[in-house]
Design a protein around this ligand. Structure first.
Ligand code: SF4
Length: 490
């Protein structure tokens, strides 16, 4: 197992100027190759977390676990490891995290021996009252092994007065606020659960009669599994020898799926909440062109995440689409403290302008979002250095003005460029000739809505609006800060 080490050197890889999804989950029940299939599923979900990976399996008598820091391939590429994960049921997890710290004891799935048997839990999202609950549990005598919010779930289950494990899990989650999609494995059941707002995705699939629960449909495609349906917000799916049962134990508020999954987080080949992510991104690009057209010669994506929106923009605007920036896919994450100077160097390592194409052209650059603005600044300069006569930046999301508290790693608010500056000041900061963002209503139109319903927004869009659908208990009480400090010293 990979050696344990502390998170400080990992926290902000130098080239990170994006929001990051924190996790991907996968669970399978009733297949002799459960661990191997789970490892493949994790490969497809690698974009949702690259800092650690883990699988827990069950062979009918015992649980088996393997976890490690790094990518899936660093941890699950040998036959020996896969064979050690015996059994026909498994849960698996990819992690990108800052909360909780990146140490091996914080790698999921988290496992515990409870009075009613063993339980492994893998979770995507963020529990917004975890620090408050943890504080209370510690006062009541609980001893925590990690700083993960997921461990709070385990302690709540252990303290539940219910008898059956599913009831204990539901009882535990009834005390929790936050955004979560989780998979849990007991000796007899695979359980999937999605928070009542349905913020994070979870889908149900099937491979050779073995049910699968996972974050995105691309994890089904990789093994040729069939997509069955999305797990509904607030739904608890219980899979065991007798089949699949569905429960709705919580009261259901109107759904608020994370709109950023469509803009950036989910893989473009996934179908999320009934929509092709690729098609949605193209529609966002087309809407962006309708709202923010400009005379130009060429539309260029900031690779890779800006590509589908740039295609949509170019098609709508009737302009040529070309790859004017080439991304180096072989630059790994570099664990260097993120001084501004290093970040700037990092962008040069990762992207290069296609000078022969750009020279003398009026260029529209399309990207999915602006976070700190450091990458955009360097990209604009790079395109100018390659001879572009004009550089117009178009962004396929509204200005990101607020942090996410629902399982996405965002810089603190004061580091978000759009929280500090208006659009004209942002344009000057990144050095573009013009800068425009898709409007909030335009984004909703691209999602197939008539616009954003201000009385009852159809999605979570809090990072653009500050309208947080789920109570931010720890943030408001300051308990969040205490847990962060604890994680740093853990
Ligand atoms: Fe998604 Fe933004 Fe809501 Fe976070 S705040 S769940 S990133 S829409």
């Amino acid at each position: 197992m990979t050696q344990e080490f502390v998170s400080r050197d990992l926290k902000h890889p130098f080239d990170d100027d994006k929001l990051h999804e924190e996790c991907g989950v996968f669970g399978i029940y009733g297949h002799p190759e459960a661990a191997a299939l789970a490892a493949l599923g994790l490969h497809a979900l690698q974009h949702r977390g690259q800092e650690a990976a883990g699988i827990v399996s069950h062979d009918g008598r015992h649980f088996h676990s393997h976890k490690g820091m790094g990518k899936v391939g660093d941890n699950f590429s040998t036959e020996e490891v896969i064979k050690s994960l015996k059994g026909s049921a498994a849960v698996a997890h990819n992690r990108y995290a800052t909360t909780g710290g990146t140490v091996l004891r914080n790698v999921q799935p988290i496992f515990a021996d409870l009075a009613n048997g063993g339980l492994a839990v893998a979770h995507n999202g963020n529990l917004t009252n975890a620090a408050t609950l943890r504080h209370r549990l510690v006062l009541e005598g609980s001893i925590f092994q990690s700083t993960m919010d997921t461990e709070v779930i385990i302690h709540l289950i252990a303290n539940s007065k219910k008898i059956r494990i599913v009831d204990c899990l539901v009882d535990a989650m009834s005390k929790i606020t936050g955004a979560y999609s989780l998979v849990a494995l007991t000796s007899k059941k695979l359980i999937g659960m999605r928070d009542p707002y349905g913020v994070r995705p979870l889908v149900l699939g099937r491979f050779e009669n073995a049910p699968i629960l996972t974050s995105e449909s691309c994890a089904l495609d990789i093994i040729g599994a069939e997509f069955v349906r999305d797990v509904s917000p607030g739904e608890v799916v219980v899979i065991d020898e007798s089949g699949i049962t569905s429960h709705f134990p919580f009261s259901l508020p109107p759904k608020r799926f994370c709109i950023f999954e469509h803009i950036y987080f989910a893989r473009p080949d996934s179908v999320v909440e009934g929509r092709s992510v690729y098609e949605v991104r193209k529609a966002i690009g087309a809407e962006l062109a309708r709202e923010n057209g400009v005379e130009a010669d060429l539309v260029i994506p900031v690779p890779d995440s800006g590509t589908p929106a740039a295609i949509g923009y170019a098609q709508e605007a009737g302009l040529p689409f070309d790859l004017g920036i080439i991304r180096n896919h072989y630059v790994g994450r570099t664990f260097i403290e993120p001084t501004d100077q290093i970040r700037h160097l990092g962008v040069k390592l990762k992207h290069n302008a296609n000078r022969a194409l750009i020279n003398g052209k009026r260029v529209i650059l399309v990207d999915d979002s602006i976070v700190r603005g450091t990458t955009s600044t360097k990209i604009v300069q790079m395109v100018r250095d390659a001879g572009a006569s004009e550089v117009h930046m178009r962004i396929a999301s509204p200005p990101t003005t607020n942090s996410c508290f629902y399982g996405v790693d965002t810089p603190s608010r004061e580091k978000l460029l759009a929280a500090q500056y208006d659009v004209e000041a942002m344009r000057a900061f990144i050095g573009a000739d013009s800068l425009s963002f898709i409007s909030l209503d335009g984004l909703y139109r691209a999602m197939g809505e008539e616009g954003r319903n201000p009385k009852q927004p159809q999605y979570c869009d809090a990072c653009f609006t500050g309208d947080y659908p789920i109570e931010l208990v720890d943030h408001e009480t300051g308990a969040e800060q205490e847990l962060t400090l604890l994680a740093e010293g853990f």
